[in-house]
Design a binder for this molecule. Structure first.
Ligand code: EPU
Length: 417
């Protein structure tokens, strides 16, 4: 299996262009199943999670044409099957969106329980609660979810926890339901808004995405041909911003929506990193002494959990004691052992990582445990003395397009081997 080899201590310098959002693309590509028209989608990130979901669509009967690596035309008119085979879903978490989309299209879906990054138990009780409220019978047997609705009927659903996945999934089914669905305590992430815009362009009537309440007037089949551009990836942008600061570099992170980056930009500024915000870019200059900080990860607009491991690297470089409290994934601490092997001083207690800095990272062989942990290990390798080998690059490929090339273009001494 490929690994990433890095010779550390080069400052990142220059400009990087951010790709389309992974989590938006996964939701929107799933949503094309609802279309009775042709969907042309731009700014699709060329990453393995996207390739997997596209393969599933093709297996179900869709036609996917590439205008370029990042512009796709998807025709789902001929999809006939509502059964998704296990070998295809096991590697990606977002395969559960196929339940909502297939339910909306056929009133029926059979999908194996999803895989994806392993942060321990990842329940989908809120997805199921939503589908059941819309009139769906759900049976779960040996990991297979069978969902069937004689007729989807709109309802009022209050989610017990704020869940991106449940919000997206129930939206997908609700656009095809009869009557009005009101979703309360929903996720407000930018990709939820992007999906709502895409569904509306296809003819749906979704209002309120980006607030705590989403109202959907079900309209059955979505008829319009649609042309949509996926929003930039907030987490890829954040990863490069952190890498720039960690290497004391000078990097312009382009093609982003700065509003989506506010929680990170504010935290970096608090740490004394120089941040200049433009219309569609953030300029990060990491030349001063960085200050320690405390972080709590929360649903959007709070600090994103998917930047937690990367920030642990940056805080390790600051003088004093910092803490990151995880508000989403209780077990998102597998990166700690590997960073400590590189020289960090991180201990955990409950859902908090206590970080004592400054540390000197020393290059060594490390093991990627999940997508964002992998990105954090690469950043640690960029600042480390000597050579770092990051294993299991396939996990990083799930969510970062051309990660190694983009870093090399910024001056990193990095290669894939
Ligand atoms: N939860 C429940 N019940 C549910 C669903 C979720 O209790 O039915 C809990 C989870 O256990 C968690 C919290 O609610 O504690 C939030 O989970 P959420 O459903 O929001 O997460 P997700 O939809 O499974 C997406 C991203 C993750 C990201 C989280 C949080 C996709 C494909 N994945 O996961 O992305 O960490 O939202 O923002 O959109 C990543 O990109 O590296 C990644 C893991």
């Amino acid at each position: 299996m490929d690994k990433i080899s890095i010779k550390g201590q080069n400052k990142l310098n220059g400009e990087v262009v951010i790709s389309g959002s992974k989590n938006s693309a996964l939701a929107i590509i799933s949503a094309t199943i609802l279309a009775n028209g042709i969907c042309r989608i731009e700014n699709v990130p060329d990453i393995s999670d996207v390739r997997v979901i596209l393969d599933i669509l093709v297996k179900l009967g869709a036609q996917v044409t590439y205008e370029t690596n990042n512009i796709l035309v998807i025709n789902t008119i001929n999809i006939k099957s509502y059964t998704v085979p296990y070998d295809m879903v096991k590697s990606i978490r977002a395969s559960y969106y196929l339940i909502g989309a297939l339910l909306g299209r056929f009133g029926e879906a059979e999908v194996e329980l999803p895989g994806g990054c392993d942060f321990g138990y990842r329940p989908i009780d809120q997805h199921i609660k939503g589908f059941e409220a819309l009139g769906t019978d759900i049976v779960i047997e040996h990991g297979l979810i069978r969902a069937k609705a004689e007729k989807l009927i709109g309802d009022k659903i209050y989610f017990d926890v704020v869940s991106v996945g449940a919000t997206v999934n129930v939206m997908l089914a609700a656009v095809a339901a009869e009557g009005v669905t009101i979703l309360e305590n929903v996720a407000k992430e930018p990709h939820v808004v992007d999906l709502a815009n895409f569904l509306n362009a296809m003819g749906a009537n979704v209002r309120g995405a980006g607030t705590d309440i989403i109202k959907i007037k079900g309209i059955g089949k979505l008829q319009n041909n649609v042309n949509h551009t996926i929003i930039p990836d907030q987490i890829e942008a954040g990863t490069f911003m952190v890498a720039a600061a960690a290497t004391r570099g000078d990097v312009i992170v382009r093609n982003i929506i700065p509003k989506h980056m506010e929680s990170l930009s504010a935290k970096l500024a608090e740490m004394n990193v120089n941040i200049e915000v433009g219309d569609d870019y953030v300029h990060v200059i990491g030349n001063g002494a960085m200050r320690k900080a405390n972080i709590k990860t929360l649903p959007y607009p709070g600090f994103p959990t998917d930047l937690h491991p990367q920030m642990a690297v940056l805080l390790s470089l600051c003088d004093g004691a910092s803490a990151i409290t995880e508000g989403i994934w209780d077990l998102r601490f597998q990166y700690v052992e590997e960073l400590n092997r590189m020289g960090a001083h991180i201990t955990t207690e409950g859902v908090t990582a206590f970080i004592k800095g400054p540390c000197s990272f020393i290059g060594t062989g490390v093991n990627t445990t999940d997508l964002r942990a992998g990105a954090a290990l690469v950043i640690a390798g960029l600042v480390a003395e000597g050579e770092t080998g990051v294993d299991r690059v396939n996990l990083i490929d799930r969510g970062y397009e051309s990660f190694v090339n983009k870093l090399r273009n910024l001056g990193a001494n990095i290669k894939r081997v």
